[in-house]
Ligand binder design. Structure first.
Ligand code: FAD
Ligand code: EPU
Length: 345
């Protein structure tokens, strides 16, 4: 377990300045339980971090940050499937590349998503027609107090759109230490989303899908190494049929994604753009020009700039469309996570 300087700027992709009381890097489960017990002894909060690509620090964090760097990829197989057991601190995109290099297909639609493998189940990462839940076999979860490890099957994880049990019952006092993935050897391309529909299912290769996904993402999403951001700032809102019909009567070209339960998912980026907010700035924070769902740190933004902008965007979209956006990004205050909707209200 190593201790660092206490700046969190390089540990959040928004690149906002914030300090922690202490930052440690955990390379094994024992480091995580030690950090938990140290925090308990000091009456401090403990925050687990992967690569900080889905968090916004609202100010300094008055506790210990444990950066998850538990490594290792083990591959086994059955006649029909590849089974990957992956340490939670592995980088997600590097795992996608590693799988492709080893002729293991199935992860290519999820290329270029920042962050750690262990964070992927928390919001059930998804992009270009696939969510983690369709590939997840199990998640290994460490009880930080007892040191006991629980293995949750994919069903137990209660995955939903940007949702899982790790945001609720297992949010405090537990760390994800490994993820099991199950990938069919009989590969079926998923070509339902965006430019992927132009590819030919009969001839397409996993590498071509990977390349197409990377190209689409690079054309829209800012690279956090150059421009601070945390991806989509808000979730796409899910509304009932009555609301969607009222909106469609006024905006017939509005994108809609019908859900299995009869409700309809709207494109938050479209709503933000149609509210006239592309490029809108408060302080150093701005709405991204290429993708209005992404808020960026354009010019040394403070977290207060980002919060003010996020509140303005939410209020303007509500005023125009009567739809209230909810942040996807997790808001971290001095004592730990706070409710992001309340923070913007
Ligand atoms: P962090 O931000 O470090 O942590 C996220 C939350 O999980 C925090 O609350 C943290 O306390 C908790 N946590 C972290 N590690 C653990 C652990 N081991 N055990 C328990 N709790 C833990 N997401 C998508 O779903 N689809 C996308 O297409 C997508 N595109 C993105 C594009 C960009 C440019 C960016 C910046 C982000 C994007 N995201 C996307 C969001 C982000 O990549 C994912 O949410 C990712 O899984 C976060 O990983 P992380 O390691 O950075 O998590
Ligand atoms: N749109 C606009 N203007 C914009 C942005 C989008 O009109 O500024 C329209 C697009 O033209 C399209 C629709 O909105 O018709 C959806 O846009 P896009 O395909 O870019 O996807 P998204 O809904 O904005 C979601 C995820 C992304 C994921 C992409 C690709 C959420 C909150 N976001 O974005 O995930 O990469 O789909 O599957 O579900 C993330 O979670 O951080 C993230 C980047």
């Amino acid at each position: 377990m190593s201790t660092h300087d206490t700046s969190l700027k390089h540990l959040n992709t928004f690149s906002v300045e914030a300090q922690a009381a202490q930052i440690i890097t955990a390379t094994c489960s024992e480091h995580l339980t030690q950090a938990w017990h140290l925090a308990q002894k000091n009456h401090q909060p403990l925050l687990l971090l992967g690569e900080g690509s889905n968090v916004l620090f609202l100010g300094n964090f008055d506790g210990i940050v444990a950066v998850n760097r538990l490594k290792g990829i083990e591959i086994t197989q059955t006649d029909s499937e590849w089974l990957l057991h992956v340490g939670a601190g592995e980088n997600w995109h590097q795992l996608v590349c590693f799988a492709l290099d080893n002729n293991i297909a199935g992860l290519e639609n999820l290329a270029l998503i920042p962050g750690c493998v262990g964070s992927a189940p928390i919001q059930n990462i998804g992009a270009y027609g696939i969510e983690l839940r369709s590939l997840c076999d199990y998640v290994d979860l460490l009880n930080l107090d007892s040191g006991e490890v629980l293995r949750l099957s994919a069903i137990d994880c209660l995955f939903g759109y940007r949702e899982s049990i790790f945001k609720h019952a297992y949010r405090e006092g537990y760390a994800i230490i490994a993820v099991g993935l199950r990938l069919a050897k009989q590969w079926q391309p998923k070509l339902t989303y965006g430019d992927l529909i132009r590819l030919d299912a009969a001839t397409v290769t996993p590498r071509q899908i990977f390349d197409a996904v990377c190209a689409m993402r690079r054309s829209k999403l800012p690279d956090p190494a150059k421009t601070g951001n945390a991806g989509s700032f808000y979730k796409n809102p899910i509304v009932d049929a009555k609301r969607v019909n009222a909106l469609l009567a006024e905006y017939p070209n509005m994108p809609v994604y019908p859900q299995a339960d009869g409700n309809v998912k709207l494109a938050a980026g479209w709503l933000v753009e149609k509210a006239g907010l592309k490029g809108f700035k408060i302080g150093g924070a701005a709405v991204h020009q290429q993708q209005a769902l992404v808020l960026i740190n354009q010019d040394n933004a403070t977290s207060q700039d980002v919060v003010s902008l996020a509140r303005h965007v939410r209020d303007q979209v509500a005023e125009k469309f009567a739809v209230w956006l909810e942040p996807e990004v997790r808001f971290i205050a001095a004592q730990g996570e706070v409710n992001a909707v309340e923070a913007l209200s």
